[in-house]
Structures are given as structure tokens and as C-alpha cells.
Write a protein that binds this ligand. Sequence first.
Ligand SMILES: [Zn+2]
Length: 61
Amino acid sequence: MTKLTDLTRGIVGHAAEGDAQDEADEYEVCPVCGEAFDRRLLQEAMYHFESDNHERLHTWH
Ligand SMILES: [Zn+2]
């Protein structure tokens, strides 16, 4: 029984770690404006790739 509990905990812990890494991989920092954007959002990705001179899409306060 102890082994089963440890096994389950190990799988859950590993899955959570993998999710965090996958999420981080989806973000890219724009070399023009320095803003981190989600590359899965095509509109935002294109905004940063299309122009060599643009403002940040979002303003952070
Ligand atoms: Zn940008």
C-alpha cells in the first residue's frame, strides 16, 4: 500500500513539473520591445514579428 501511494505521488509531482516547463516554453521575449508574449496567440506573435519598431502590446504598471 505504501508503494502505491508513493507511486501515485511521484506521477502527480512529475506531471505538475512537466506542465510548468511546457508553459514556460510557450513564452518568448520580443527582441524589439522586450515584452514576453505567448507564441500560441498568433495575433500577438505576429504583432511582434511583423515590425522592427513597435510599442509593447501590453503596458505593465
Ligand atoms: Zn515586441
